[in-house]
Each structure stands twice: as structure tokens, then as C-alpha cells.
Write a protein that binds this ligand. Structure first.
Ligand SMILES: [Zn+2]
Length: 160
């Protein structure tokens, strides 16, 4: 083992210092504790102006945001900066997603708007040997959805 290196603050640690992330549990929301924009989104001042904390989280931990894309939340928590809860979509996607979630909250809403990341998580849990029933209960999705994914259905075929 190499000698312990001194702690050096960098863009990641500076960002995370303002995040209430518990133990970095990927299933929990990491709540931005810094300034907010008054609309629920956290904000950060950068060289080019003020931007959403969730957008910075995406750039730091996932990668650059494609031009014109919004960073959306799978958890519906605007103050959340957990990269596992973020995905990029067009402005229209984001609006449609918010509208749909507003219409149908709860398990049916989750099932109806099963996103690729949920599909991936279900695949991961299936590969890890979890039973479809357990996955369905834990992830609040339809049992039939889990078995369909086990049978090879893509998330595209599971929408709407
Ligand atoms: Zn979240």
C-alpha cells in the first residue's frame, strides 16, 4: 500500500460538501444543501452564470449534457443531485414526464413511466439472483414487468 496522501479539495469534494448524501446510498436522494433558485432546484454560480446543481452533478459524475437537453429526475425531487436519479431528456420529455407524473402518482405512475434506468436496475437485480417478486416489491413495479424483462423485453416495449 502506498503512503496516505494528504486530502486535497477538488471540484468533486467541493460539490459534495454541499450535499446531504447520507452514506452515498445510490437509492437515497442526495439533497443539495447550498443555495436554491426558489423553484426547488439547487443552484451554483459558475464562470458562465448560474446553473442548476443537478446539472453540475450530471456533468461531474455522468458526463457532459448534450446541447439543448434538460437534466430530469427519476425521483421527482428537484433538490436531488444523486447521479443515479438523473437522466437527460429534451425539454418536451421533461414537461411530458412531469405532467404524466402529476396525473398518475404511485405504483401505476412508476410502471407507466418505466425508464431505461429502472429497466437496467431490474436487469441488474435479476442478474444478481433476486426473485422477480422481491424486485417488484422493492422497486414498486409490476410483477409482470419484471418477468417480461427477464424474458428479454426492452424498456422501449414496456413504456406507456
Ligand atoms: Zn433523488
Amino acid at each position: 500500500m502506498s503512503a496516505e496522501r494528504p486530502f486535497v479539495a477538488n471540484k468533486y469534494t467541493r460539490f459534495l460538501a454541499k450535499v446531504g448524501h447520507g452514506d452515498f446510498d445510490p437509492n437515497e436522494c442526495w439533497v443539495w444543501l447550498g443555495a436554491g433558485k426558489g423553484n426547488g432546484y439547487g443552484h451554483i454560480k459558475t464562470d458562465s452564470g448560474t446553473t442548476g446543481a443537478h446539472r453540475i452533478a450530471h456533468e461531474l459524475f455522468i458526463g457532459p449534457i448534450p446541447d439543448g437537453m434538460d437534466v430530469c429526475h427519476t425521483c421527482d425531487n428537484r433538490g436531488c443531485v444523486n447521479p443515479d436519479h438523473l437522466f437527460t431528456g429534451t425539454r418536451a420529455d421533461n414537461m411530458a414526464d412531469m405532467k404524466a407524473k402529476g396525473r398518475g402518482r404511485g405504483p401505476s405512475g412508476v410502471r407507466k413511466h418505466l425508464k431505461e434506468h429502472i429497466w437496467q436496475e431490474i436487469k441488474r437485480r435479476l442478474a444478481a439472483g433476486h426473485s422477480p417478486r422481491k424486485i417488484a416489491n422493492q422497486m414498486d413495479v409490476n410483477y409482470g414487468t419484471v418477468t417480461a424483462i427477464r424474458g428479454g423485453r426492452s424498456y422501449v416495449g414496456l413504456g406507456e
